[in-house]
Structure formats: structure tokens, C-alpha cells
Design a protein around this ligand. Structure first.
Ligand code: APR
Ligand code: ZN
Ligand code: ZN
Length: 379
């Protein structure tokens, strides 16, 4: 009989307030669920958007969706992982049974709608309580806690030798950026690209554009501190829209003649989404929306932009089938097929998670990873 675990977790009681590290009770996993000891977790722009209240989820909540850890215990019917396995919880599951999972293209599994989060497990209940109150989950992951419960269909079992404080970003930041380039846009050698937002996701996009052989990668950000690192990753030209006399999209079009072949939005604002679309060349330009706009926002643009053959596309987790792809991504990283190390600029102990959020909010980091207290020796 599995018992309740009492451990430390960072609780967001309300939006726009610091997280509070408190003792929580974590229920045993139910059928099809797995309880995980979380060892490391990245802070993503989406966690920040939620904490700032611009993207709505039920509160109080345990945030975090870029974690890595060890299976502590499994519920009934779980067959693909066992206690002691190293795993990454996935914000987008792959059930392998729904119509999206059975379709060879696309990845938007119908088992968890991350766009309208309920904060509850599939049976409509939560596995977390604190001071007698129910605490909500985030995207079925909730990684800012020493222990969490995740569905088996939302777990990538990864190589046991993978360093958790590095590969945790392979559960959101890296596949989101890489897949936007490789799957959604399909960037071709010699092409021109523009990337709006040079934070964590934008940096992963830049890496992938460079790996795809793009001849020119224009980076756009209002924070010029992002420019030197972006250039080191492959950006050829940096633009700060606030320093330009014309709209940035006009400058991009002038720089490239007709506009870019591929534009990426990794900010999460509708204005930058429209600017990205307007930066695309006629006849073949593709605009990929990666950023998450505030809840209930509307995108408004002149439909005549589409008539000459521009395309607007979007995707979640880079359109990768998450459970199939992410273990392979981890192995490829271990085999040094690509380098994600420049994407992580800071590491901090879990107790300093509020400082980590300040770094992200103030634009002082690309990715900050928090390390929880536990070790890999066992559940
Ligand atoms: N124009 C250009 N860049 C901007 C603007 C703007 N108006 N506003 C903010 N930025 C830049 C920030 O300076 C920062 O460098 O966008 C970047 C956002 O990066 P992060 O905060 O690191 O967020 P990230 O994790 O990369 O997520 C980016 O993708 O997954 C979504 O929800 C996420 O919408 C968010 C986006
Ligand atoms: Zn994320
Ligand atoms: Zn599915």
C-alpha cells in the first residue's frame, strides 16, 4: 500500500505574488499514474506568464513543466516505467490511441488540453494538498515540488546517465524551438529567417535555424543584453524595435529585399505575431507562432497578407510526438549531436526559486534551472 508523501513544494497561492515554499502532501499515484521525485526543473516563459496572471490557470497551483526526476512509485496498470527510472514529465502527453496520436503527422494528443487547463488529473481530482487545501496541477506536470504525480502517457523514460540539471530543458524549451524550425517551418539551407524574442525558446529556434543552414538569421528583442549570446548561437543581425524609426517588420523586409522565408514569434504578444507575419516574403513566406499570447487575446491582421501565399502556422512542443521523440533527443544530446549547454545560463537551489523568477522577469537569464534537494540514488 503506497503512502502519502510529505515534502516541500513551491506554491503559487495567487498570481502576482512570490511563490511560497511549503510542506505539501502528495497522494499516491492512481491507476495509470506515476509518482516522481523531481531533481531539477527549468523555469519557462509560460510559467512566468501564468504567475503574472496574463495566462489563466486555476490557483493555488504548483507551477513548473520542465522537470527531470526519478520514478518513486507507480499506480496500477503502469507498464512502461518502474521505480528508479529516470524520466521527464511532459506538458503534452502521447497516449498513442487518440486520433491525433494515430495520425502520423501532428502531436496534439487529445488526452490533455493544455490550452484550457483544469489543473486536475484525468479523474477530476488533485494529488496535492497543503494546509488542508487542494492545490492544482499545471499541465499535468507541476515540477516545482520534491514529488509530483504524472500520467504514464505524459512521461519520457530517458537514459539513466543523463544529467538531470541539463536535460530537464529537453522537456519543453528545446523540442519547442527545434520542432518549430524542423517540423513546422521546415527551414531550408540558404534561407533567411527572423526570430522575434531571444529568450529560451527563441535561442533554441536560432540554434535550429543555424543547424538547418539558414544563410541569415535576424534576431529581434527589446532587451539588448540578449544580443551577444544570440550572435554566439548564430544570429547574424540584431534589431531592437524600440531603437528603430520604422516598424521592425519594415526594416526586416528592406534588409532582405522581399522579406524573410521564415519568421518565428517567441515572445507571446499579438503585436509581435503580426510583425512576424508582415516580415515574411510574398509567395512562400512562413510565419510560425510559438509564443503563448495572453488568455482571450485576438490576433488581428489584414487578410490580404495571406493572398500572395504567406502562411501562418503554429505548434505545441514543436509538433514532436513527445514520448517517441524526447528519449531520442536526450540520447542524441548525450552523444553530443547538438549542444544545449549555452541555453542554460543559471542554476540555483530550489529555495531561491523566487530569485530565479526575478532573473527571468528582468531578462537576466536565458534559462535558469532550479535544483531540488534529492539525489539519484533511488526513489
Ligand atoms: N519585442 C521583441 N522581443 C520582446 C518583446 C517585444 N515586444 N517583449 C519581450 N521580448 C523578449 C524578451 O526580452 C525576452 O528576451 O522576448 C523574450 C522572451 O523570452 P523568455 O522570457 O525567456 O521566454 P521563453 O521561455 O523563451 O518563452 C517565449 O514562448 O513558450 C512560449 O509562453 C512562452 O510566450 C512565451 C514564449
Ligand atoms: Zn515551456
Ligand atoms: Zn493521444
Amino acid at each position: 500500500m503506497l503512502r502519502i508523501i510529505t515534502c516541500w513544494a513551491a506554491i503559487a497561492w495567487t498570481a502576482n505574488a512570490p511563490l511560497s515554499i511549503e510542506e505539501v502532501e502528495v497522494d499516491p499515484p492512481k491507476a495509470g499514474e506515476v509518482r516522481i521525485k523531481i531533481l531539477s526543473s527549468g523555469l519557462c516563459g509560460t510559467d512566468l506568464h501564468i504567475l503574472e496572471g496574463r495566462n489563466k490557470v486555476p490557483f493555488p497551483v504548483i507551477l513548473g513543466h520542465e522537470g527531470a526526476g526519478i520514478v518513486e512509485s507507480i499506480g496500477e496498470d503502469v507498464t512502461s516505467v518502474k521505480p528508479g527510472d529516470k524520466v521527464l514529465p511532459l506538458p503534452l502527453p502521447q497516449c498513442r490511441e487518440c486520433s491525433s496520436c494515430l495520425n502520423p503527422t501532428g502531436n496534439f494528443c487529445l488526452e490533455e488540453n493544455i490550452l484550457t487547463p483544469t489543473g486536475l488529473m484525468s479523474d477530476g481530482t488533485s494529488r496535492f494538498t497543503c494546509k488542508g487545501k487542494r492545490i492544482y496541477h499545471l499541465f499535468g506536470t507541476s515540477t516545482f515540488t520534491e514529488y509530483t504525480v504524472v500520467r504514464e502517457i505524459a512521461l519520457a523514460k530517458v537514459d539513466a546517465s543523463a544529467p538531470v540539471d541539463q536535460v530537464c530543458i529537453l522537456s519543453c524549451e528545446v523540442p519547442t524551438g527545434f520542432g518549430a524550425v524542423f517540423n513546422t517551418a521546415k527551414v531550408s539551407p540558404g534561407s533567411t529567417c527572423v526570430v522575434f524574442g531571444l529568450g529560451g525558446i527563441g535561442s533554441a529556434i536560432v540554434l535550429a535555424c543555424k543547424a538547418s543552414g539558414a544563410s541569415r538569421i535576424i534576431g529581434v528583442d527589446i532587451n539588448e543584453e540578449k544580443f551577444p549570446r544570440a550572435e554566439a548561437l548564430g544570429v547574424t543581425d540584431c534589431l531592437n524595435p524600440q531603437r528603430l524609426e520604422k516598424p521592425v517588420q519594415q526594416v526586416v523586409v528592406e534588409m532582405t529585399g522581399l522579406g524573410v522565408d521564415f519568421a518565428f514569434e517567441a515572445v507571446g504578444l499579438t503585436d509581435t505575431m503580426v510583425a512576424a507575419l508582415e516580415s515574411c516574403r510574398v509567395s512562400s513566406g512562413v510565419c510560425v507562432v510559438v509564443g503563448v499570447a495572453p488568455t482571450h487575446s485576438q490576433l488581428s491582421f489584414d487578410p490580404a497578407l495571406l493572398l500572395p501565399g504567406r502562411t501562418v502556422k503554429g505548434g505545441t512542443m514543436g509538433e514532436f510526438k513527445t514520448r517517441d521523440f524526447i528519449p531520442q533527443l536526450v540520447t542524441d544530446y548525450l552523444q553530443k549531436k547538438f549542444n544545449i549547454d549555452p541555453l542554460i545560463t543559471h542554476k540555483m537551489p530550489f529555495e531561491k526559486i523566487n530569485q530565479a523568477f526575478e532573473l527571468l522577469q528582468n531578462g537576466n537569464c536565458i534559462r535558469c534551472v532550479v535544483k531540488l534537494g534529492g539525489d539519484e540514488s533511488g526513489p
